[in-house]
Design a protein around this ligand. Structure first.
Ligand SMILES: Cc1cc2nc3c(=O)[nH]c(=O)nc-3n(C[C@H](O)[C@H](O)[C@H](O)COP(=O)(O)O)c2cc1C
Length: 173
């Protein structure tokens, strides 16, 4: 959500690298209200319903997230909690890739393993590899742009793996 977010900058690189083979649309999650089961029973908030439909229609999902307090940021967890209540579970069997960038030394490793745990329940097909943990982000991004070629290569590998997983699943179904 941060204007100069390292993670959003990494996502933009993934978008560029995916084209023209694949298109990555950004699903915004900042306007989704805090999960409330009473609210869900009355009427699904529009931004939450939109996210569920976007995931359902996508061939694969790429999550690019910071790590907050050694775990998944509340904004992302809240979005996942909403999606988990959608009647026809959109994450079930869906290829999911995870990327995270942090100025710290572990590059969101702790967040990524907590995120994987959520997807066990949701039965998503989270890619085990590649693991894209972008550490020391302050030295790799400048003016909101990723400048480090090695990191671009890591993101490219993720995009390729996700496209391959989506293709494989498309052929199987
Ligand atoms: C509430 C909060 C908690 C954070 N906790 C962690 C953390 O556990 N591990 C970490 O590496 N960085 C942590 N950070 C620093 C973030 O990695 C840093 O702010 C990063 O730039 C956020 O990602 P963004 O650039 O995409 O906004 C935290 C930052 C905030 C605001």
């Amino acid at each position: 959500m941060r204007r100069e977010s390292y993670n959003r900058a990494a996502l933009r690189v993934a978008q560029e690298l995916a084209a023209p083979e694949a298109r990555i649309d950004i699903a915004e999650i900042g306007a989704i209200p805090l999960y409330d089961d009473d609210l869900r029973e009355v009427e699904w908030p529009e931004p939450a319903a939109l996210l569920c439909k976007q995931i359902a229609e996508a061939d694969a999902v790429l999550i690019v997230s910071p790590e907050y307090n050694y775990s998944v940021p509340g904004v992302l967890k809240n979005a996942i909690d909403w999606v988990s209540r959608w009647p026809d579970q959109p994450f079930a069997g869906k290829p999911v890739g995870i990327i995270g960038a942090s100025p710290g030394r572990l590059g969101t490793a702790r967040m990524q393993y907590h995120l994987r745990q959520c997807f066990v329940f949701l039965d998503a097909a989270v890619l085990n590899r590649p693991e894209v943990m972008i550490a020391g982000a302050a030295n790799l991004f400048q003016d909101g742009k990723l400048t480090d070629e090695t990191t671009k290569g890591m993101i490219e590998k993720m995009v390729q793996a996700l496209v391959a997983a989506a293709r494989k699943q498309g052929e199987a179904s």
